[in-house]
Design a protein around this ligand. Structure first.
Ligand code: FES
Length: 656
């Protein structure tokens, strides 16, 4: 029998196939994912491909349109319904010659491009939800098998069960579809479950990935068939009214033991708002959403599930449940399709939650020889350190200072907030950059552009740069104390003093107490990282990744000048964006990633900072800028760090 060489792009997978083989079968035999809802019956129109015509020396192939069978009636019927002239249905087109086939990204890649600063990552899609169009035998008085049973026969999937709420709708849907229906099957560990059914051909299936943070909740709506992100939205966590940080929410619960439901209702309400908003943005119905993956810190994880997190407020910080959870969306108040499912990533331990598991999945330190430090900074910093041999995790109580809270002129990152600061080393002249305004404060247009926003406060990245620049300019010493030089910007404040950063309509100062708050936060962060380095037996790390919104805005150089992070080559310190959310999307789109994160979490070694005696010593040393004892050779090579000098005599703070 004559066979032909077929190469599928962009994967480059190739094989020889007998003349007359359907392209869809060829793709499947090579493991090339080409979407197919109807199982190759020409009903769904999803299996589209293109012939790349030409001479391909690299592959030793001459590929041409007529190396496929001529389009027949099935493909003709799809031309007016979205099959472009240069496209073929791979289930209908038969191989008649050598071919190079392009699998168009919107149909068959079944992968999602995840934007990373340094790399583009492809997530292969193997989602827990699959659609299948089948024709069910009509009822027969002489073979009295129920409609649902004949549907299961048509699905021909061993062990498949029906989600009970669907049972009451099956007869109506079968008849509405004239015995042709599309089933949504959920296949994830347990036996396959039929979760949704539509009359006729149905080719829409969407999923949601949520990252529930203490301050904000982010959601992405994803097309489960193509892998594309259709819409993204975020909202602030309404639990903030019960307390800014996790511990204060736990305290509120302890004071109001009967009101746990209020915190659960608040977070579920926020997710419901996001579902409505995301579906509205995409122009779909919430009922088109069939699967959801969720990450969150342990307290958010528990509160979302309706579990009392009080045990997390004290040693031994026991989680009520740590493993991955597979739930019905209706059981956790998510108004998506009535048969929709929820996957919650596992928590690592104590205060290292499913969000850190998502970061570990997305960043994969366990895949590399080099030692990577991953820091997700929020009100709690979650820290991962590892390489191919071991991965360690810890959480450190940094508090909300890095988010601009507990800072006298602090505010959240919003238009009007100072986000960048430069201080002249000699004159202490100051330039700032304000969020929402393009020019720096000494550039033309700044005054006009700030009319709308004002200069209202200092956000997290702004306070870090302000303190770091104050250190570089000699305004504060390595121990954090302000100098006693006389200068108009230094103002007495009781027994302490303030540094005037912005002399505008609303004067903004950095106080000695602010500097203390930054020292405490950065000391806790560094000490957590250092503890993991001790445990791993390393003095330096090869790479540092800063996750989360904060990590995206902070300048790595300033993070190092302050000593938030250990010394490292600056070109190896990178912001990685919302890695926890990326992990949630990976788990949403690929069942293999669910298995991977579950196995990974079991091997991650958790170090409990609160119980570790060395933490306190590391913390004290880490209070200095950048550090009392640790060396910063990589940083010193690019930044002139001040040399510690004793305070000069005879210079006093002007008290006017
Ligand atoms: Fe459905 Fe080809 S697989 S039309």
């Amino acid at each position: 029998m004559i066979d032909h060489l077929v190469v599928f792009m962009p994967s480059g997978r190739r094989g020889r196939f007998a003349r007359g083989t359907a392209l869809l079968d060829a793709a499947r035999s090579l493991g090339v994912y080409v979407e197919s809802v109807c199982g190759g019956r020409g009903l769904c129109g999803r299996c589209q491909v293109e012939v790349a015509a030409g001479v391909f020396d690299k592959h030793g192939i001459v590929s041409a349109d007529d190396h496929l069978s001529a389009p027949g009636a099935t493909e003709a019927s799809w031309r007016p319904r979205g099959l472009a002239p240069n496209r073929r249905l791979s289930c209908a087109a038969k191989i008649t010659g050598d071919l190079v086939i392009d699998v168009p990204s919107e149909f068959a890649t079944n992968r999602q491009i995840v934007r990373k600063r340094a790399e583009i990552r492809q997530i292969e899609i193997d989602s827990a939800i699959s659609l299948r169009t089948v024709t069910v035998a009509e009822p027969d008085m002489h073979a009295p098998l129920g409609d649902a049973d004949r549907l299961l026969e048509a699905l021909d999937l061993p062990g498949v069960a029906i989600d009970p709420p669907l049972l009451g709708d099956i007869q109506r849907i079968l008849r509405a579809g004239n015995w042709q229906v599309t089933a949504a099957l959920h296949q994830d560990c347990d036996r396959p479950l039929l979760v949704a059914l539509w009359p006729g051909v149905h080719t829409r299936a969407f999923g949601l990935a949520f990252d529930i943070g203490s301050t904000t909740i982010a959601g992405h709506l994803v097309d489960l068939l193509s892998g594309r992100i259709i819409a993204s939205a975020g909202t602030s966590n309404p639990q903030i009214r019960f307390g800014e940080d996790l511990m204060s929410r736990i305290s509120w619960l302890m004071m109001n033991p009967g009101d746990r439901g209020a915190l659960t209702a608040a977070v579920r309400g926020a997710l419901a708002t996001l579902v409505t908003r995301l579906a509205g943005q995409a122009g779909i119905s919430p009922e088109d959403i069939l699967d959801v993956a969720i990450v969150g810190n342990p307290v958010m994880h528990h509160l979302y599930l309706g579990i009392d997190p009080s045990e997390l407020g004290q040693a031994p910080f026991a989680l009520a449940v740590s493993g991955a959870l597979r739930l019905a969306a209706r059981d956790v108040g998510l108004a998506i399709h009535p048969g929709g499912r929820v996957y919650m990533l596992p928590c690592i331990a104590g205060h290292v939650g499913a969000d850190a598991a998502g970061v570990a999945l997305a960043e994969g330190p366990q895949h590399h020889d080099e030692t990577t430090l991953v820091i997700d900074v929020g009100t709690n910093a979650e820290i991962l350190l590892g390489n191919r041999h071991r991965v360690l995790a810890a959480s450190s109580p940094t508090g909300p200072a890095f988010e601009g809270a507990q800072i006298s002129s602090g505010q959240r990152a919003a238009p009007g907030a100072i986000e960048r600061v430069r201080i002249d080393r000699e004159s202490w002249a100051i330039r700032v950059k304000v969020l929402g305004v393009d020019p720096w404060s000494d550039e033309p247009g700044f005054a006009d552009d700030t009319v709308a926003t004002g200069v209202t406060g200092i956000c997290g990245s702004g306070i870090i740069e302000a303190v770091a620049e104050m250190f570089l300019a000699g305004i504060i010493a390595a121990d954090g104390r302000m100098t006693d030089h006389v200068h108009p910007r230094l103002r007495a404040n009781g027994r302490s003093q303030d540094f005037l950063l912005w002399d505008g309509l609303v004067p903004l100062s950095v106080t000695q107490t602010d500097i203390r708050a930054i020292q405490l936060a950065k000391g806790a962060l560094y000490a957590g990282a250092r503890l993991l380095m001790d445990e791993l037996g390393v003095e330096t790390v090869d790479r540092i990744k800063l996750a989360g919104a904060f990590g995206s805005y902070i300048d790595p150089k300033y993070a190092m000048i302050l000593g938030l992070i250990p010394d490292c080559r600056l070109d190896r310190v990178a912001a990685i964006g919302n890695a926890a959310g990326t992990g949630a999307r990976m788990a949403l789109l690929n069942r293999g990633h669910r298995a991977e994160v579950e196995a990974l979490v079991r091997r991650i070694e958790k170090i409990e900072t609160a119980l570790e005696p060395r933490f306190q010593a590391h913390f004290v040393d880490a209070m200095a800028f950048p550090h009392a004892t640790a060396r910063y050779p990589n940083l010193s090579a690019v930044v002139d760090l001040p040399v510690a000098v004793p305070p000069r005599k005879g210079r006093r703070v002007r008290r006017d």
